[in-house]
Design a protein around this ligand. Structure first.
Ligand code: CS2
Length: 441
């Protein structure tokens, strides 16, 4: 039987696997211990010797995978395998988490709860509101999800939930804005098996990712000790909006477009979609439209950035599922596609390619690929989109029904014929010809 990864089995690993240093004491509490945290922020904390108490908020699965391994796990990035030792414990219960965040040893909180975790009333927001009010001193809470003004949005939600304590939290705690970037596909059984075959040890908490990683944090910290982020390659910047807009509108915008079009065409992985005839042209055209709405951050060469993104998307080793990116589109469309659309319309510019990406999302809501295979639309608004589409067959009627969802489409945008017409036109093309043919054209 293959032994399980743990401190005791570290000596069994081949020499080329990078081992963790001395295990650091927890000083960070992280809410949302998914693969993205383990492949991104936790690696930085591992480099810096800051231990992490992780909270698994949705299910005990991550805890159950990590606990028998002493919370060790492997980061598989390209050819490299590195065992990360920063995570020290996993908590599931709210009182335990509240006490941990309130404890004086805790010097930092980080959060990855996906876009929908920032909606008022989410568990992370409730935990933070309760815990921060109990602290003797202020602390920095770093939101690491792909939404604009992530820190400010989290701050507003926490203050709204904090009642009488809102004033103290507002005065003492900092919620910097961040841009996070690393492609982290969900780990699958086959990945666990492949790694076991390579390193001779089974790791049920491994994460797979690409070599690239970027983290830009707004220079806004509560007083007191903080990690030496720059020493681990994290950028600290005054203004985050240009970073975040470039990343959301180029990387994530193209990702969503490729995921819906590729998914409709029945393609499982991003590297396969980008290899379809016409796919690169689609992405370049989308980027031409989106790039015109950006003020690139100092030092970012958009041409080089775009070329690097194409290479990242084409990475066959990642096996990044279109289904994974297609998830929660209602929470992703506004910042990825609708914001650049609104910016272009304001300047009197056309939006044909961005409209195609939006139309692909509309078509995705029918829950069937072009070949008729049924899939589950995984989205907090899936019930609403299904209700609105019931019995409708004409693309114009379908678009009309879905563009009326105000939680996604601002009413002025939805009513603007310069938006509606290209979206309906593109949806009609998708319905009549299918996504692969539309890409080729
Ligand atoms: C993806 C992102 O799932 C998605 O929606 O677009 O998770 C993407 O891989 C990351 O933002 C890359 O940094």
């Amino acid at each position: 039987m293959t032994p399980r990864l743990s401190e005791a089995t570290l000596p069994l690993l081949p020499d080329w696997v990078r081992r963790p240093g001395p295990r650091p004491a927890p000083r960070v509490v992280h809410l949302g211990l998914g693969a993205f945290h383990r492949a991104h922020q936790a690696v930085v904390f591992d480099d810096l010797g800051w231990g992490v108490t992780g909270a698994s908020l949705r299910s005990p699965a991550v805890r159950d995978a990590l606990a028998p391994q002493g919370c060790l796990y492997s980061l598989v990035a390209g050819e490299e395998v590195r065992v990360i030792g920063a995570v020290r414990e996993v908590l599931l219960d709210t009182p335990g988490l509240v006490a941990r965040i309130a404890a004086p040893e805790t010097r930092l909180v980080t959060v990855t709860v996906t876009e929908k975790g920032y909606l008022p009333g989410s568990r992370a927001v409730a935990i933070l509101a309760e815990a921060l009010a109990r602290r003797a001193d202020g602390i920095t809470i770093i939101a690491c999800d792909n939404l604009p003004r992530n820190g400010a949005v989290l701050r507003e939600a926490v203050l709204a939930a904090a009642g009488d304590d809102a004033g103290w939290i507002a005065d003492h705690c900092a919620f910097p804005q961040t841009m996070v970037d690393r492609i982290v596909p969900a780990t699958e059984e086959a990945d666990v098996a492949a790694l076991a075959a390579r390193i001779g040890v089974e790791d049920r908490a491994m994460v797979k990712t690409e070599p690239f990683s970027q983290w830009v944090i707004e220079d806004l910290f509560a007083s007191g000790e903080r990690p030496d982020f720059e020493a681990a390659g994290v950028q600290i910047a005054a203004g985050i909006a240009p970073w975040e807009e470039a990343k959301l509108r180029l990387l994530n915008g193209a990702h969503s477009g490729l995921a819906y079009l590729g998914g409709l065409a029945g393609i499982d992985f991003v590297h396969e979609v980008i290899a379809l005839p016409g796919a690169r042209r689609f992405v370049e055209a989308l980027w031409d439209e989106a790039a015109a709405t950006l003020t690139p951050p100092p030092g970012l060469d958009l041409g080089a950035y775009r070329a690097a993104l194409l290479r990242r998307f084409a990475n066959p080793g990642l096996k990044h599922r279109t289904m994974q990116i297609a998830m929660d589109g209602s929470q992703k469309l506004p910042q990825r596609l609708l914001a650049p659309i609104a910016a272009r319309l304001e300047r009197g510019q056309g939006i044909e390619t961005l409209a195609l990406a939006v139309a692909a999302w509309l078509r995705w809501q029918s829950g069937r690929t072009d070949a008729g295979a049924a899939f589950i639309v995984d989205d907090p608004l899936a019930g609403e989109t299904a209700r609105r589409l019931a019995g409708l067959h004409d693309p114009a009627a379908q678009a009309e029904a879905l563009l009326g969802i105000e939680a996604i489409f601002p009413p002025t945008l939805a009513a603007d014929p310069r938006f509606r017409e290209p979206v309906v036109r593109q949806l009609r093309r998708l319905v009549e010809r299918g996504a692969s043919a539309v890409l080729v054209a």
